[in-house]
Design a protein around this ligand. Structure first.
Ligand SMILES: Cc1ncc(COP(=O)(O)O)c(C=O)c1O
Length: 358
């Protein structure tokens, strides 16, 4: 605390990310990174951008990252988007989310958030002074769409949800969006490639839908920090206004080159996401054999609890074996662990360690 701080800073409760320890031989299953490297075409594009002497880095990047917007349009060719439907942002979808809270969710009425979801959402409410109402998930950790058909200043959900992995079918997303024509519904699809159907196909019919995406998970580019949002051009214009009042060049040259090439390499994405999904099914059945309750997951992580063992203690015992998973000390979920799907080798180590601990 310091008297130099603005009053707002005194009131903030910042987000705490999963740790990034620098231990060797770590089995890191705590922040939902991809166990595989990004597309070789993305890596080659990054190397090309830097070149031998890094000369292009003298220059500021294109402020609108048009090549990346076009890559997003091409990627979703079936939905006939235009670049005006796409916002691309640097520093991950976290920063795109931050702009969204400021641009589209700060109204007189409170926004609606599920009680268990990505815990950055309430942090943005604190940063921007946005009131929110917390809506409990049902007893199976699912969103009940009916609970969200009420007056509100906006709605933010993750689909699949984090940290539960629960997927809301596309029909339910449509009911949610259609039932709230007066406010913006943000659907955060950070994990959708691991088992769900995107809502981007609804964007041209619903001017109040904003779909948030990231290249951090299925495209294995968490280290490059790229996010994007797809929505009606009027929503995108609001995001551009905030972005251009904040930072003209949020995406650097290296990020634009890598992300554009990664979006174009569909085949590689398909291969790696299917591998992760297969590993998930194998890990689920092994943990069930060990007595764990495993929630059905459409994400690159699973959410599990053991009826007889304390979750924090299990996480600590795994840690002694250099295996890191995520435990949230939060109401309703403090007996669960969120475990990222690693490579098959990492999943083997995890299952063997849990068997030994139990
Ligand atoms: C639901 C959800 N949304 C958004 C993000 C942010 O991802 P990034 O900032 O890497 O794009 C995460 C990261 O874990 C997430 O779990």
């Amino acid at each position: 605390m310091s008297h130099y701080w603005s009053p707002l800073v005194h009131s903030l409760t910042p987000y705490v990310p999963g740790e990034q320890p620098k231990l060797s031989n770590l089995v890191k299953l705590n922040t939902n990174e991809n166990p595989y490297p990004p597309s070789p075409r993305a890596v080659a594009a990054i190397q090309r951008e830097i070149g031998n002497d890094g000369a292009s880095l003298r220059l500021y990047p294109p402020p609108n990252a048009d090549s990346l917007k076009q890559a997003v349009v091409d990627y979703f060719a079936e939905f006939a988007l235009t670049p005006a439907h796409v916002f691309v942002g640097g520093n991950g979808s976290d920063e795109v989310l931050a702009h969204t809270f400021m641009a589209l969710l700060k109204h007189d009425r409170p926004i609606l958030l599920p009680d268990i979801s990505y815990s950055f959402y309430p942090v943005y409410c604190g940063l921007y002074g946005i009131d929110s109402i917390t809506i409990p998930l049902d007893e199976h950790f699912a969103i009940r769409v009916e609970d969200y058909i009420r007056e509100n200043g906006g709605i933010v959900i993750a689909n699949p949800n984090a940290p539960t992995g629960h997927l809301l079918p596309l029909g339910d997303i449509e009911r949610l969006v259609a039932g709230n024509p007066q406010s913006v519904v943000v659907v955060d699809e950070a994990y959708i490639d691991f088992g769900g159907e995107t809502a981007i196909g609804l964007v041209r019919r619903f001017p109040n839908l904003l779909v948030m995406r990231t290249l951090s998970k299925s495209h294995a580019l968490a280290g490059l920090r790229i996010g994007y949002a797809v929505g009606d051009p009027a929503l995108i214009e609001a995001l551009e206004r905030v972005k251009n009042s904040f930072n003209s060049y949020p995406l650097d040259r290296v990020a634009i080159a890598g992300a554009t090439a990664a979006m174009a390499d569909r085949e590689y994405l398909e291969k790696t996401r299917r591998t992760v999904m297969r590993s998930r099914e194998v890990l689920v059945s092994r943990l069930e054999q060990l007595g764990f309750d495993v929630l059905p997951s459409a994400a690159n992580f699973i959410f599990v609890r053991h009826p007889q063992r304390d979750a924090a203690e299990l996480a600590a015992r795994l840690r002694e074996r250099s295996i890191i998973v995520r435990h949230f000390k939060l109401p309703r979920i403090d007996q669960h662990l969120r475990i990222t799907i690693g490579s098959d080798g990492q999943c083997d180590l995890l299952a063997a360690a849990l068997k030994e601990i139990l």
